[in-house]
Design a protein around this ligand. Structure first.
Ligand code: ACO
Length: 382
């Protein structure tokens, strides 16, 4: 038996430095480029946080205006991307739709590069690509939800900033300021979280000198799973199953007896609560008040207190964001695509960082398959 120390799931393994964000489970804190995320969520538009993640500093007024102008240039749904989206079956998961759209954008952008050796691009090109992707994703996500509802495309509005325009393109109605503010906060909270599974996936792909779009497509695949981004969708399924706060006890009895995971609880890094939850819960509370839905608050509180007291496992960001997105009006299947639109900022910041000080990511494994054996009848060449 080998004495190799296997770190299953890379748990507890530190694989590299990053200056993008710091997660501190001891103090339940999360810093983006040094700033506490709750301070950013309370004071900044999402565009400013994207700038911070990419460039390391919050933008000046001029820099923010320039980023917003650039974002407006690329926010309309490209006709070819629309065609690609429409080729995806209506009953496919919308994550597949967004993955396909990003893949097409990448293939078109990189057309003519000729060789894989040219595909990686330089830092300026990759930053420009990051901004274009950030700008293009809301229309892709919004149109996906609209076509599943049998609704037409809504064109973007130049008089609205990122978060308000995202909601406008999704619902075709001028959003209320309270809703825009809660949505903006959620986008900031979802933007970045160090070496989570999807970001690490993006860094692995980048480490082979592949291109930015390939890294983002791979990250979308990782985010789709219910142990990661897919959990915000799964939380709503649980809320719907339970129905009413009075059903929490019996529902949990059965879920725990069948060893079922309760989505929206637990975290690989935080063991005493997710640093992002208080800020997102406050945003959810404003939405509950705005939409007059005390029943949602009652179910949330009952499930949280019952699960924490039985298991000692705390809610993660997906627990308040699932019901928040539901109240805003997003279809459950659209929740994880919205997460992509936020996390693309963190992914691309990490892609730029990985490319700037690259080492091929290639861990080892300990073989535990059959002992060496031989194909019957094989005769070695003389
Ligand atoms: N419900 C029930 N039990 C749980 C949960 C949960 N949500 N989370 C952890 N546990 C239990 C496990 O069953 C396990 O119990 P055991 O030791 O008796 O087998 C123990 O706690 C440890 O859990 P692991 O899954 O091994 O811990 P890990 O650190 O790998 O898990 C994870 C982290 C995957 C997030 C886990 O807590 C989970 O599956 N949660 C539900 C999915 C979820 O909400 N994901 C969102 C993550 S945050 C984000 O992407 C924004």
């Amino acid at each position: 038996m080998s004495m190799t120390d296997i770190k299953k799931g890379l748990a507890g393994v530190t694989v590299d430095y990053t200056a993008v964000s710091k997660v501190n489970p001891e103090t339940n804190s999360l810093l983006y480029r040094g700033y506490p995320v709750q301070e950013l969520a309370a004071t900044q538009p999402f565009e400013a946080v994207a700038h911070l993640l990419w460039k390391g500093e919050l933008p000046t007024d001029e820099e923010l205006a320039a980023l917003r102008a650039e974002e407006r240039l690329h926010r309309a749904l490209d006709p070819d991307v629309r065609t690609a989206i429409e080729l995806v079956p209506l009953d496919a998961h919308p994550m597949d739709e967004v993955r396909t759209a990003v893949s097409l954008l990448g293939a078109r952008d990189l057309a003519g590069t000729g060789s894989v050796l040219d595909a990686g691009g330089n830092p300026e090109e990759n930053l420009a690509r990051s901004i274009r992707l950030f700008a293009a994703l809301p229309a892709i996500v919004a149109y996906g939800q609209r076509r599943r509802r049998g609704q037409d495309l809504v064109e973007p509005r130049d008089d609205l900033d990122y978060a308000a325009n995202f909601l406008w393109m999704t619902f075709g109605e001028e959003p209320d300021d309270i809703v825009v503010d809660a949505f903006n906060r959620s986008m900031i909270l979802y933007a970045e979280h160090s070496f989570n599974a999807s970001t690490f996936t993006a860094r692995v792909v980048t480490s082979t000198l592949s291109d930015l779009y390939s890294a983002v497509v791979a990250a979308i695949g990782a985010l789709k799973g219910p142990l990661h981004g897919g959990a915000n969708e799964a939380v709503l399924h649980i809320f719907n199953e339970i129905g009413d706060a009075s059903n929490v006890g019996p529902w949990l009895d059965e879920a725990l007896a069948s060893k079922r995971k309760v989505m929206g609880f637990g975290h690989r890094v935080y063991k005493r609560g997710d640093s992002r939850v208080p800020t997102m819960k406050a945003a959810l509370d404003t939405l509950i008040e705005h939409y007059g839905r005390p029943d949602v608050a009652a179910l949330y509180d009952a499930l949280e207190s019952e699960f924490v007291s039985r298991k000692g496992i705390y809610p993660n960001l997906d627990f308040p964001s699932g019901p928040a997105y539901n109240l805003i009006g997003f279809d459950t299947l659209t929740f994880t695509p919205v997460f992509i639109a936020a996390r693309v900022t963190g992914w691309t910041a990490h892609i730029l960082e990985q490319a700037a000080s690259n080492a091929l990511i290639r861990p080892l494994s300990e073989y535990n398959g059959p002992k060496e054996r031989h194909v019957e009848g094989y005769v070695a060449d003389a």
